[in-house]
Design a binder for this molecule. Structure first.
Ligand code: IVH
Length: 680
C-alpha cells in the first residue's frame, strides 16, 4: 500500500513538473530545463502510467496524442456565436470607427480618449476551447460561427494548449477563444520536407494550420508545428472575470494559456495608429504571419453598451496590412545554375507589389514543383512573399489560363555549359555535371570566394567576375592570383586605377585565416560557422585534409552529410590542385591554437549571432564567443543555448523567440564579454 502511494506521489510530482516546464516554455517564453531532462521525466511518467494503468488520467501531460482514429468530425454548436470582425484599410477608416464609437456612447470627441486593447491579427484558424473545472473538455473550429466541428483530439496535441488550467480562480466553465497558427519557420520546414519527398506542399502557413487541424488521425496533427494564441473568452459560468479585456487576457495567461506578447493597451485612436505602424515595421521579423492589428474597446461595460451587429461586434475592428499574396502573370521561365550546379527554374513575372516590395521574379524550386503546380508560361499565378522569405509562386489560377499558354520544358542539359544534368539520388534537384567547366559554376564559386566573409577581395564585384570568366582570364579561384595588370587593362571599362586597386586587394587577401579559407572554398553545406568549427578543431589545413570520417563527425555542427561533402572535396584531385595553387601563390594563414574546450566558460554551449552589431562585425562576435569556448552555429535550433541579436535580425530571432531561447542584445553581449575579460 505504502509503495502504491509512493508511486502515485511520484506520478503527480512528474506531472506537476512537466506542466510547469511546459508553461515556462510555451506561455512565459522562459524555458527552465534542458530538453533532455524534460524527455527523461516524460519517459518515466509514461513508464509508471503503463505499469499502473489505474493512475492514468486524460489531462496527464503524457496523454496529448490519443490512439483512436476518427471517422468523421462531430458538429459543435457555439452557444455564443463566434463572431467575425469589420475591417479598416486606412487611418481614415480608423478615425471613422472611433467617431462611430464616441457617437454611440454619447461622448464628445474631446471629452475622452477611449482605451483600446491592441493585438496582432494572427493569420490562422479560429478555435474555441472549453474548460470545465479547469480540465480541457472540448476543442472546436469556428465553422460558420454558429456550428463548428469537434477537433478535441487534435487541439490536445498542441503544446500551447494546456490540458488542465493552472492556479486557481478560473470559472467553473470557461470557453476560451483564440487562433491556431503555424509559425513561418515550421511551415517552411514542413514544405521543404514535402518538396524533397515529391509530396504536396501547403500554399501558406494558414492553409497548413487548417489542413493540420482537419486530420482525423491526431498522430498527424501531433507532428505539425502548431501553436495557439488566445484573444478572448466565450461562454463562462460559475466564476467572475475582471471588467477589462486586457485584464482577462492576463488571467488567461496565469491559468496557463498563451496570449500574444505583443499585446498592449493604448489611449485614443492616434495611439492605435502608432501601434499599427510600429507593428507593421516589424511584421517581417515576427515568427508568424499576421494580416493586421485588432483593436478592441478595453472596457467590457462599454463593449456591452456598443453591442454587436449580425456578424461582427461594434466595439472591435481589424486594421489590415497590405496583402502578402497577389496575382500576376508568368512572362517566362528561366533556369539558373548555382555554385553547386543545382539548376533552379525562376519565373519572370509581370511586376507586382506584394508583401511590401515589387516582385518580378519568383523561384519555382525544381522540376517537381513545376509539375505539381502545373504552371505554364502565360498563366496567371498567385505570388506570395512573407517576411524575408524569397517570393514563391504558390498556385495557378486555372480559370485564367490563356489558350496560348506554353508548358515549361525543363532542360536536359546545362543551359550554361551544355553538360549533362543529373538528378540527385534523394530529392528533386537536377545538377549540372560540368563542375569547374561550367561558366555559371565558375562565376558563382569565384563570387563566393571573393565575398566579404570569405577572402574579402575588395572591388571584385559580380560584373567583374562575369567579365573575367567570359574573357577566359580566370577559370577557377586560383586563377585570380595569376592575373596580370595588362590583362586587366584589356577589359572593357577597366581603368589603371581600378586595375591597381584590384591587384592590391588580391594581394591583401593572401593573408587570411584558416576558417575564412575553408569557408571560401565553397564546399557544399560548409557555411561560415562550420568552417570556424573545423578550423578550431583541426588547427591546420593538413590535419583537416587528412581527417577520417569519424574524426570529421566529432566536430560540432558536422553530421554525415557535411562529412561526406568534405571527404568528397579532399578526394577530388582538381579541388586539391586548386588548394595547392592557392597556397603556392602565397595564400596563407596562421595555424589555429586547438583549445582545451572544457576549461573555457562557454564550453558546451551553442550560440547564434544574427542582425547587425554597432561595435563589431558578426564574424568578430563569433570569434569572441569561440574564444570563450562556445560553438557558433549558423542556424537556431532546439540545441541553441543563446542568441545574440542586433537590429535587422530576422528569421533566426523569430525562431529563437519561438523556441524560447534566451536572446542577448548588444549591450548584454558586451557586458558578458567584459565579464569574461574579453575586450572587444
Ligand atoms: S477577436 C468578437 N482578436 O480574425 C471578436 N480575432 O476576422 C472576434 N483573429 O475569426 C475575434 N487574431 O480568427 C480577434 N487578436 C484577435 C485575432 C482575431 C486573429 C481572427 C479570428 C477571427 C477573425 C475575424
Amino acid at each position: 500500500m505504502a509503495a502504491a502511494l509512493q508511486v502515485q506521489r511520484e506520478v503527480e510530482s512528474l506531472r506537476q513538473r512537466l506542466d510547469d516546464w511546459n508553461y515556462r516554455y510555451y506561455v512565459l517564453d522562459d524555458p527552465s530545463v534542458p530538453d533532455a531532462e524534460y524527455d527523461r521525466c516524460m519517459q518515466r511518467l509514461r513508464q509508471l502510467e503503463q505499469a499502473y494503468p489505474e493512475l492514468l488520467r486524460a489531462d496527464s501531460p503524457s496523454q496529448r496524442v490519443g490512439a483512436t482514429l476518427l471517422s468523421q468530425f462531430a458538429p459543435v454548436t457555439h452557444e455564443l456565436p463566434m463572431l467575425s470582425l469589420d475591417n479598416a484599410f486606412s487611418a481614415q477608416d480608423m478615425r471613422d470607427f472611433n467617431r462611430r464609437l464616441l457617437e454611440r456612447l454619447g461622448m464628445g470627441a474631446r471629452e475622452s480618449e477611449l482605451a483600446f486593447a491592441c493585438e496582432p491579427k494572427l493569420d490562422g484558424i479560429a478555435v474555441s476551447l472549453l474548460y470545465r473545472d479547469g480540465v480541457l473538455e472540448r476543442g472546436a473550429t469556428r465553422g460558420d460561427g454558429t456550428t463548428g466541428e469537434d477537433i478535441t483530439h487534435n487541439v490536445r496535441t498542441i503544446r500551447t494548449v494546456p490540458l488542465r488550467l493552472r492556479g486557481r480562480g478560473y470559472p467553473q466553465v470557461l470557453e476560451v477563444r483564440g487562433e491556431v497558427y503555424m509559425p513561418r519557420a515550421g511551415f517552411e520546414q514542413l514544405n521543404a520536407r514535402a518538396r524533397a519527398r515529391g509530396e504536396k506542399t501547403f500554399v501558406n502557413p494558414r492553409n497548413a494550420a487548417a489542413g493540420s487541424l482537419r486530420q482525423l488521425d491526431a498522430q498527424v496533427t501531433a507532428r505539425r508545428p502548431l501553436q495557439m494564441c488566445c484573444y478572448g473568452v466565450g461562454l463562462t459560468a460559475g466564476g467572475k472575470l475582471p471588467p477589462r479585456h486586457a485584464a482577462i487576457m492576463q488571467c488567461l495567461r496565469q491559468w496557463g494559456l498563451r496570449i500574444n506578447p505583443e499585446s498592449a493597451v493604448v489611449n485614443g485612436i492616434a495611439a492605435c495608429e502608432h501601434y499599427f505602424d510600429r507593428l507593421a515595421s516589424r511584421r517581417a521579423s515576427l515568427a508568424y504571419d499576421i494580416d493586421g492589428v485588432v483593436f478592441k474597446v478595453n472596457e467590457l461595460s462599454l463593449q456591452q453598451r456598443l453591442g454587436t451587429m449580425s456578424r461582427a461586434p461594434r466595439w472591435a475592428i481589424a486594421r489590415k496590412f497590405p496583402a502578402q499574396e497577389e496575382m500576376t502573370r508568368v512572362l517566362d521561365v528561366e533556369f539558373q545554375v548555382g555554385r553547386t550546379g543545382a539548376v533552379t527554374p525562376v519565373a519572370r513575372l509581370e511586376p507586382v507589389f506584394v508583401g511590401g516590395v515589387t516582385v518580378s521574379n519568383a523561384t519555382l524550386h525544381n522540376a517537381d514543383e513545376i509539375q505539381r503546380l502545373d504552371v505554364r508560361i502565360g498563366d496567371t499565378v498567385t505570388v506570395r512573399r512573407a517576411g524575408d522569405v524569397i517570393p514563391q509562386v504558390v498556385s495557378v489560377v486555372a480559370a485564367e489560363r490563356p489558350a496560348a499558354a506554353r508548358p515549361v520544358v525543363f532542360p536536359q542539359r546545362c543551359p550554361v555549359c551544355n553538360s549533362p544534368l543529373e538528378r540527385e539520388s534523394q530529392g528533386a534537384v537536377w545538377r549540372c555535371l560540368g563542375g569547374l567547366v561550367c561558366a555559371a559554376q565558375q562565376k558563382a564559386a569565384i563570387r563566393h570566394f571573393a565575398s566579404r566573409r570569405a577572402m574579402d577581395i575588395d572591388g571584385l564585384g559580380d560584373k567583374l567576375v562575369e567579365q573575367l570568366v567570359d574573357a577566359g582570364l580566370v577559370a577557377n579561384v586560383a586563377g585570380l592570383y595569376q592575373l596580370q595588370r595588362e590583362q586587366l587593362l584589356g577589359l572593357e571599362r577597366m581603368g589603371e586605377k581600378s586595375a591597381d586597386n584590384l591587384l592590391q586587394a588580391l594581394d591583401a587577401s593572401r593573408q587570411t585565416s584558416l576558417a575564412r579559407f575553408i569557408y571560401a572554398l565553397g564546399i557544399r553545406e560548409v557555411g561560415e560557422a562550420t568552417a570556424g568549427n573545423l578550423a578550431r578543431h583541426f588547427g591546420s589545413w593538413e590535419t583537416l585534409a587528412a581527417a577520417s570520417r569519424d574524426q570529421l563527425l566529432a566536430v560540432p555542427d558536422v553530421g554525415p552529410v557535411v562529412a561526406d561533402h568534405l571527404l568528397q572535396f579532399f578526394a577530388s584531385r582538381s579541388s586539391m590542385q586548386v588548394v595547392e595553387q592557392l597556397r603556392a601563390s602565397g595564400v596563407h594563414w596562421p595555424d589555429v591554437e586547438v583549445s582545451a574546450p572544457q576549461a573555457l566558460p562557454l564550453a558546451g554551449q551553442t550560440w547564434v549571432v544574427t542582425g547587425t552589431l554597432d561595435s563589431m562585425g558578426r564574424s568578430e562576435a563569433r570569434a569572441r564567443l569561440q574564444e570563450l569556448g562556445a560553438r557558433v552555429a549558423g542556424s537556431v535550433s532546439a540545441k541553441t543555448s543563446r542568441v545574440v541579436a542586433g537590429p535587422g535580425a530576422g528569421g533566426k530571432l523569430s525562431r529563437a523567440t519561438e523556441l524560447g531561447i534566451e536572446v542577448l542584445d548588444e549591450a548584454a553581449f558586451l557586458a558578458l564579454l567584459r565579464e569574461q575579460g574579453v575586450v572587444p
